[in-house]
Design a protein around this ligand. Sequence first.
Ligand SMILES: [Zn+2]
Length: 138
Amino acid sequence: MKELDSNNLKSKINNVCSECGISANVLTCFAKFGAPPKKLAFDTSTFHKGKCDYCGETKMITEARDFFYPNFSLLKNHAQDIAQALKTQHTEIVEAVERLKIPPITGNSPAELIANEGVFRRNQALDDVLQAITQPTN
Ligand SMILES: [Zn+2]
């Protein structure tokens, strides 16, 4: 079976929901520039009902272009980052997981709230991992 690399994934994702598009845009900018995006999405998008190519849910979707063609593989890659971190020592794992966390985006527009939801979900998943790692085993 052919593995889904980031280029392959990018080319397969054309229509996405706001949640996936904005979250991927935020993660892409943090990965590239270490900062949140200046713009979370295009101001005008042509949304229509359909299946999101990333999450598979049927909801309002638009083109990946509206989120500046973000790297969607980053949405799932933190699991791989953690798996990589698990191969190292305990304190390094905790540090590595902490490094994967992202500060919340400032602002209260609908797009910014969606971005924060994505950031929150990612950080929460990382907290769960941290808790699992630091829990004493009896
Ligand atoms: Zn989606």
